[in-house]
Design a protein around this ligand. Sequence first.
Ligand SMILES: Cc1cc2nc3c(=O)[nH]c(=O)nc-3n(C[C@H](O)[C@H](O)[C@H](O)COP(=O)(O)OP(=O)(O)OC[C@H]3O[C@@H](n4cnc5c(N)ncnc54)[C@H](O)[C@@H]3O)c2cc1C
Length: 533
Amino acid sequence: MRVPPGVTSKDFSDAIKRWEEAVGREWVFTSDEDVDLYRDSYSPFWHEDLEPIPSAAVAPNTAEQVQAVVKIANEHRIPLWTISTGKNLGYGGSAPLLGGSVVLDLKRMDRVLEVNDKNHYALVEPGVSYFDLYRYIQDRGLKLWIDVPDPGWGSLIGNALDRGGGYTPLRDHFDAHCGMEVVQANGDIVRTGMGALPGSKTWQQYRYGFGPYVNGIFSQSNFGVVTKMGFWLLPEPEGFKSGNVLVQRHDDLVPLIETLNYVMNSNIVQGTTTIGSPLLMSRAAAQTASGAGGSALVMSPGGPSVEDLEKIGREQNLAYWNCELNFYGPPKVVEAEWEYAKEKYSSIPGVKFIDGPTYTLPYDPKDVDKLPKRQFGIPSLTIFGLMGRSEGHMWFSPIIPMTGEAVFEAQRVFGQAYHDMGVPAINQIFVFPSSFFPRSFVILCGFPIYHDVEKNRRSREVFKGLVKAAAEHGWGEYRTHTAFMDTVSDVYSYNDHALRRLHETIKDAVDPNGILSPGRCGVWPKHLRKART
Ligand SMILES: Cc1cc2nc3c(=O)[nH]c(=O)nc-3n(C[C@H](O)[C@H](O)[C@H](O)COP(=O)(O)OP(=O)(O)OC[C@H]3O[C@@H](n4cnc5c(N)ncnc54)[C@H](O)[C@@H]3O)c2cc1C
């Protein structure tokens, strides 16, 4: 049996015995066979001693059991790593950041506590997956939509706490939450917002309650264990429409995105939009087919000029840029919104439009497989088919401004960074940005994982190089794999790491023994701060 760092075998055995009494013997896992299931199946440390492997896992079934588990851990100073459904693939999976931590697995707490179809919200426990909530709503014929990330098997709570995103108007998952229940490191339970008022009638309707609004400190953090969370849902729209805008020249991206900002920030266009380039994608596909890889999306030094590319676009009748717009609302309204968006875009010379279908809702459940599932909040695992067969990936995901100029700069900066690091074209991972979150773009690049130590070491080096290059241009990651949490936290360094000092002050106050998820997002407890790499 592995033992957590800094804990004696005797203390660990005592804790395990007490956890077994608290949650039931069958819910404390210590055998290698069981514990290995919590390893990160997309680990960038495969076959290296650096891989953080948990020592055990405990799976409570109620908030009271969570309290008991946390109190015992606190007494013995045993590091815990909390997961909801533990499907955080690409960002660390269910594995801890600090090897030897005990996984606090909340997936047995899978109760949908309330769904309200008049005020459009749900209150759920951590183990409730997107599939679970979707089925709950469908089984009862409620006229509500949820918002889903690409993989539907994750949890609303785990995803929102890592500040994940989806595709509908409620795509910013942390922003869509309302009210939390949190078990603190000393075992105390706190309810935030209106939940602090005993018998509150508006816990899921009004976010702020009274006094300092603390919810943010429980996201991407290690300040508590969230045991309940409310989420706003979308009333089932009466219609949905999409339309595609295509522009011909390189510089047309600037007005394309400027207008996108206007129609999005005015709530005419809703949900996630991804910038595409039929021209560059066709070149990338040709390069991939020939084995040269995806460097066509970045502007590498010595690569083709913009004029060359525009000429190819004209010859092959390929638009330089495009973006798909989504509209939610009554059919008459979404048709009118699309017409309005076309009017706004028509000032770009040579712009073309492709009308998507207009859906009249509700849809017939028989048709689910014909629908654009993620825009409709229908959970699925389709993405794993689209990503192809691989040994996994880790996400490099910088946020850049929502402007054409920033996209050009990102193409240049990352092209140059790859070039400077000697990364061959085939390994230059880049994708175009999405409006996953309102008012900014995120570039979600999936770096492949290998069962090859040298390749992974190189990948990690390149990943760190890109984090640095991004930071030098004012861009930071929105979220990262546990392997890079210190690296990313390091670049958020304004005023000699004032934000980190604040995080550490809070950490010391709310978790003085440092038992909750040590190292998460660069926040280490006092006794481990020197361990930072
Ligand atoms: C192919 C692919 C596509 C993906 N697409 C998307 C996407 O579209 N959108 C997106 O957001 N993500 C995406 N992901 C990333 C990831 O799979 C999802 O975000 C997933 O929902 C996270 O897993 P989870 O919900 O099980 O969270 P968990 O793994 O349970 O939690 C995530 C983290 O939050 C913290 N945490 C969890 N629960 C608690 C709690 N109760 N209290 C305190 N802290 C807690 C922990 O640190 C944990 O590591 C994708 C991944 C892959 C592989």
